[in-house]
Design a protein around this ligand. Sequence first.
Ligand SMILES: Nc1nc2c(ncn2[C@@H]2O[C@H](COP(=O)(O)OP(=O)(O)O)[C@@H](O)[C@H]2O)c(=O)[nH]1
Ligand SMILES: Nc1ncnc2c1ncn2[C@@H]1O[C@H](COP(=O)(O)OP(=O)(O)O)[C@@H](O)[C@H]1O
Length: 213
Amino acid sequence: MTTPDVPAARPVSLRPEHRSAAGAERPRVTVLAGPTAVGKGTVSQFIREHYPQVWLSVSATTRQPRPNEREGQHYFFVEPEHFDELVSRDQMLEWAVVHGVNRYGTRRDTVQRALDDGQHVLLEIDLQGARQVRQAMPEATFVFLSPPNWDELVHRLVGRGTESPEEQRRRLETARMELAAEPEFDAVVVNDTVERAARELVRIMGLDPDDHL
Ligand SMILES: Nc1nc2c(ncn2[C@@H]2O[C@H](COP(=O)(O)OP(=O)(O)O)[C@@H](O)[C@H]2O)c(=O)[nH]1
Ligand SMILES: Nc1ncnc2c1ncn2[C@@H]1O[C@H](COP(=O)(O)OP(=O)(O)O)[C@@H](O)[C@H]1O
């Protein structure tokens, strides 16, 4: 995990109308973070399929697409030069180098547009990005997705089979650090089963988990 040398994140505006009716203090932006392979992508995908009332941000990344991934659906796959340009033009709400090589970031304008449209925004990002959003938007809700236990996390990482043993070791080292950051978050959701975790997350967002497709 590398901390990028970026200036303090500039906020998108969170006006009163960006807060839900459930409470004046409940913001419409929720950040979901957690260690590698805990199931962030899986829970996010469940929410994408079942809760269209949630606007799930699509990140830009410099990494190569995996065979099952679609441009604009999982990520916007961009060249490193394009990513540089987005950063230098201050178009990233947050960004980070994740797992040592690739950059990932959230575009400020798309988040702003979703908020202006009255949507409930969910950002699935890494810990470094969550900390940047915390600076930019302290009113947002920060949710940590946690594994039932360490062995299950290892099992999920190995079972996914997308990383070499060397890369798995590296990610597990990072995961230990990430797990230690749990107290920084407003809420912890244990990803025991995908549906239960997704429902809990939706409830934390101030939405009705029974209101789904
Ligand atoms: N900071 C930041 N992290 C992101 C963003 N999008 C994805 N990530 C994180 O990047 C990491 C790698 O994601 P990915 O390449 O899909 O690999 P995987 O999560 O290990 O399957 C995960 O921890 C994501 O949460 C983003 O826009 N900003
Ligand atoms: N609740 C769960 N129970 C069992 N396996 C899960 C669960 N959530 C995710 N997985 C599996 O764990 C692996 C890692 O999930 P993924 O969503 O890729 O993690 P992340 O995005 O956090 O890196 C995948 O193989 C996925 O199918």
